[in-house]
Design a protein. Structure first.
Length: 102
């Protein structure tokens, strides 16, 4: 099965908590106080937090994760065949994001 990745390959800055609508922050009340300060992403009119993504590097849970070979660090499925991918910069200050479709 072929996987298509749609991305603009541009590095983007994370958003801060004060930029996120209160209604979104209320849905993330499980985050520790310091975690909610930054790490926010607005992608395709939807808010994400970096903690939403599963690691592509976890050898126990995903030894053959296909997204690792494309250089992505995390993924978040929104259906059985599609989802969102994220690549973090070396300093974790910026990210690249894209959609995958299988």
């Amino acid at each position: 099965m072929k996987t298509e990745i749609i991305t603009d390959h541009k590095w983007k800055q994370f958003k801060y908590g004060y930029e996120v609508p209160k209604s979104v922050l209320n849905d993330y009340d499980h985050l520790e106080e310091g975690e909610a300060y930054d790490g926010w992403i607005l992608y395709r009119k939807r808010w994400y937090h970096v903690s939403d993504f599963m690691s592509c590097h976890n050898e126990i849970h995903s030894p053959n994760n296909p997204f690792r070979k494309f250089g992505y660090d995390g993924y978040l499925s929104d259906s059985f065949f599609s989802g969102v991918l994220i690549k973090l910069s070396d300093d974790n200050e910026t990210y690249k994001i894209g959609t995958y479709i299988s």
